[in-house]
Write a protein that binds this ligand. Structure first.
Ligand SMILES: [Zn+2]
Length: 616
């Protein structure tokens, strides 16, 4: 062969080689907010080896995925969010891959070529600077102030910033993990967990029950464990441990009540991690290990309904899972209803009625904010191409719950309870769509009786905006008394007759939410002097009080409010306070100043949202 002839041959050979290695870019599925091709080839099990690097604020990991190529396709696609991919092997052999450009909010698609017989892909990577699932805390931001701390929040589509994965709720995976943390720390996951620290900081985890990726969770820091009984316990920083265990001592009773309603608890242990104050949300139902905000530790067990909520997710959400984020009400509406049933058992009907009413008020405020005809006030919403978290309002929670409460009253509790238990048992470990849920309801709750379905206005509840007229709304007996006291205060100011000694948090919330404002400085001061509301440790009451302080320009409360805003990271408290400040020019200045001082304590997602709010 002459050299002259060789060149064209070489280019032909190279072309053939390129066509073999040509990797199609992953295609973004806007309906499911994923780049993964899970409907063709889906992941089944994860072996995760990770090292937590606190110095560089990175997780360095190898995610080894076992998969099933159901449609015999030539590549497997993953979601990835700002991950730095180091190396990918398929069946142990290094391969080339393709990564799409970063799509705002959704990350990139990672496509990896596979042969039809392949079953294992291994991806070595590091998390990026903007890993939205991770919050890194400096020692100063923890309760103990000795060690840094890391926790994750993967719902809704943030798991892709922790590891490359097929990040959709419809696919379930089991996992094993080996995690290395600095010596002296404990790591915990949504899995079988250690109960003691080990000297090397090496921990192994197993989650043998299949879960969607949004339920993968990790926390690491100066964490200790205290058992409440043989099944339940608390993980938290040492200085919080006794207090948290006392506050949560009703968990075993809650679990008993939950099992009576939902059937046996399927996950083995049920523990709660009380996270540091900057935890951005109330709680996260990570299986086996609920993550919860320390703001529920009020000292009088008055805020533990949040644990009932996360526990209830062990059935609605973790067992029967919304197939898409459009169906979020299936997770949250059923859970909020379930939570109230647990609380009714634990604290009685009168107490529980207050929880229903405050939830109803939260729902109403979202109806007011969005407008009663807004499409997102439907239970089954449409999130195509939008970030799933645009659907996380009070509507799926509270409208979902009052819908289910209406069904219960419509058919009677006995029949309803039998249906609910059957719903969980029959559909366990399966993705659930709104359509499938309604078909199951038709068959097992209405026994095929179409007139009953129509009479209860099921279609209107689920697919139409606003609130149907058969919604149950009863004013709680205990709030009637609060309203009398409030009116008296509005008219005469503070008098000897104002008896509040038996008030729970909920009665205070009703009082502060409904009071006509702005109040005069004199009236604000009289309340503050009598009940020490400025600086109060109960964060729910504090939040309502500071809102009132802003609208009434009660400056004496502002220094403590600033401290509250700097230490608490829970969105539920931060957003309304910043929104209230944004209503006046002087408030805007104050908001900007406080945000500047406090933003490093907020979760990146929360800081981003509030930052936007302050610009608008
Ligand atoms: Zn929930």
């Amino acid at each position: 062969m002459s050299f002259k002839n060789f060149l064209p041959l070489l280019s032909l050979l190279l072309a053939a080689c390129n066509s073999q290695t040509k990797i199609e870019p992953a295609i973004f599925n806007a309906d499911m907010q994923t780049f993964s091709n899970y409907e063709s080839v889906h992941t089944k099990h994860l072996q995760w080896d990770a090292e937590i690097d606190f110095t560089n604020k990175k997780v360095k990991g190898i995610a080894t995925w076992s998969f099933e190529n159901t449609k015999q396709v030539k590549q497997i696609c993953f979601d990835s969010y700002a991950l730095q991919i180091k190396k990918i092997t398929v069946q142990g052999k290094e391969v080339k891959y393709h990564e799409t450009e970063l799509k705002t909010n959704f990350g990139s698609g990672l496509s990896i070529p596979i042969e039809l017989t392949d079953t294992i892909v291994s991806i070595e990577y590091e998390t990026g600077e903007n890993a939205i699932a991770l919050q890194w805390l400096s020692p100063e931001q923890t309760a103990g102030k000795k060690m840094p701390y890391l926790f994750t929040q993967c719902e809704s589509i943030h798991a892709r910033s922790l590891m490359p994965c097929q990040d959709i709720p419809a696919n379930r995976i089991t996992y094993n993990a080996k995690v290395k943390v600095p010596s002296g720390m404990m790591a915990v996951m949504s899995a079988r967990n250690p109960t003691e620290k080990n000297a090397e900081g090496r921990y192994s985890f197993e989650m043998e029950i299949p879960v969607p990726t949004y339920l993968i969770a990790l926390a690491a820091g100066d964490i200790l464990y205290k058992a409440i009984d043989e099944r339940c316990g608390v993980y938290t920083e040492p200085s919080m441990l006794e207090k948290a265990a006392t506050e949560l001592s009703d968990i075993p009773n809650m679990m008993k009540a939950a099992e009576e309603l939902g059937g046996p608890y399927r996950w083995g242990k049920y523990d709660v991690l009380i996270a540091p104050p900057s935890f951005p949300i109330g709680g996260m139902e990570n299986p086996r290990l609920t993550f919860a905000t320390p703001t529920i530790i009020a000292g009088d067990k008055s805020l533990v309904s949040l644990i009932a909520h996360e526990m209830a997710h062990s059935w609605s959400g973790n067992l029967v899972t919304n197939a898409t984020w459009n169906d979020l009400w299936l997770n949250e509406g059923f859970t909020t209803y379930f939570e109230r049933r647990i609380m009714e058992k634990i604290s009685g009907v009168e107490y529980n009625d207050m929880l229903w009413e405050l939830g109803y008020q939260d729902m109403q405020s979202d109806f007011d904010a969005l407008g009663i005809t807004h499409e997102d006030t439907r239970l089954r919403i449409e999130l195509k191409g939008r970030h799933p978290e645009e659907g996380f309002s009070n509507i799926p929670y509270e409208k979902g719950a009052v819908f289910i409460r209406m069904l219960e009253e419509g058919v009677g509790r006995k029949k309803f309870d039998a249906y609910l238990s059957k719903y969980f048992q029959t559909n366990a470990f399966k993705p659930m769509t709104t359509e499938k849920c309604l078909a199951f309801m038709d068959e097992h709750l209405f026994d095929g009786d179409k007139t009953l379905n129509e009479k209860l206005k099921v279609h209107q509840w689920v697919f139409e905006p606003g609130l149907p007229d058969n919604c149950i709304h009863k004013l709680p007996v205990r709030f009637t008394q609060v309203d009398i006291t409030r009116k008296q205060f509005e008219k005469d100011g503070l008098t000897q007759k104002m008896v509040v000694s038996n008030w729970t948090t909920h009665e205070w919330l009703q009082f502060l939410r409904k009071i006509q404002h702005p109040l005069s400085t004199e009236k604000m001061k009289s309340l503050d002097d009598a009940f020490h509301l400025t600086g109060i440790g109960n964060s729910e009451i504090a939040d309502e009080w500071y809102k009132l302080a802003i609208s009434s320009n009660y400056e004496a409360a502002f220094p403590e409010m600033e401290k509250f805003l700097a230490s608490v990271g829970r969105k539920k408290f931060l957003e309304p306070l910043y929104a209230e400040m944004m209503k006046t020019p002087s408030g805007k200045k104050m908001a900007a100043k406080i945000f500047e001082q406090s933003k490093q304590n907020y979760h990146p997602q929360t800081a981003k949202k509030i930052g936007k709010m302050l610009q608008g």
